[in-house]
Design a protein around this ligand. Sequence first.
Ligand code: 13P
Ligand code: SF4
Length: 390
Amino acid sequence: MTTVDLPLLPLGRGTDLNSERGVECPGDLPTASDPDLVARARAAKEALGDKVFVLGHHYQRDEVIAFADVTGDSFKLARDAAARPDAEYIVFCGVHFMAESADILTGPDQQVVLPDLAAGCSMADMARLTQVEMAWQAMAEAGVAQSVVPVTYMNSSADIKAFCGRNGGVVCTSSNAEVALTWAFEQKPDAKVLFLPDQHLGRNTAVLQMGLSLDDCVVWDPHRPNGGLTADQLRAAKMILWKGHCSVHGRFSPDVVDELRAEVPGINVLVHPECQHEVVLKADLVGSTEFIIKTIEAAPAGSAWAIGTELNLVKRLAADHPDKRIVFLDKTVCYCSTMNRIDLPHLVWALESLVAGTVVNRIEVDPETERWALVALERMLALPGKTARD
Ligand code: 13P
Ligand code: SF4
């Protein structure tokens, strides 16, 4: 039988090295069974001292979080990266778009490292620049582009952020989406928002926090001619939602919420706004990963919670709060496979390479993209306050 050398994930190897899908990881990795991994990571971090700053997103594995100097959601990590101009190396334990944002927000002499280049994001991959430019052109032909303010979720590639910067738009995260949308609607008379790439965060924020109706929202499908919308539909819409979603949060279903409520009377359902609208409608609380953590920390002992977000975080919350009953809002395992690409062997390899003077897996956004993406990111960082979901 002939064996075919297929990568485990459809990596962008050799075809599109800038793809959010990433590329294969080069170099000699320590084996996962190496009993010295923890000691090696500790020694490498100590050797690098203040030269290295390790950021860890809440969805990272425990073995990686153990070595993070700071943890956070994507908004907090973007701010934290910008606040450490003295660190020569930023090792980003998260996914590709987050490392790109860190590179944009840090100085030219600071080098951002993503320990495994295959740590991409399927949602970010759902909006490609050429697709967005075609949509923009179609909106111009329908006579609406001049009223559209593009808003992109942090979970998008740097060139999509740059598109928003160039076209008067902004970046948002799950913890400031309402503030960003309020800003966007104030930018033009009769403004419409093109929300990229997560239709669920856009819909949930517009309808549940801003008082828009579901009829105010249309979905632009990049795989259909004219996004599958007529010019009249585009003219009537307030929110044009890009047809993208998170493959992790999209799995939670309203039926499981009903089942859990029947099984555990009094259980509180707490979900991330990347979940489908039907799930969020049935939840008690909705908010970013940072909001989810703060809510559980503040919850009384003995309370019961079903949490709809990535499994690494839910398991960590359950372990850290044994006095509360914490269950996962899904019957099957639901890790983010790309977040999980960053493991201790990759972290050790990245840190030891830095100790040896080699910067591996550097994430570097080209200057023109960086210039405009920074405009959109700085607009976000300048937004007033944050919501109660901070
Ligand atoms: P936040 O970090 O903004 O909560 O986003 C969750 C997520 O899916 C990150 O990939
Ligand atoms: Fe992307 Fe969803 Fe994974 Fe976040 S959890 S990195 S949005 S696929």
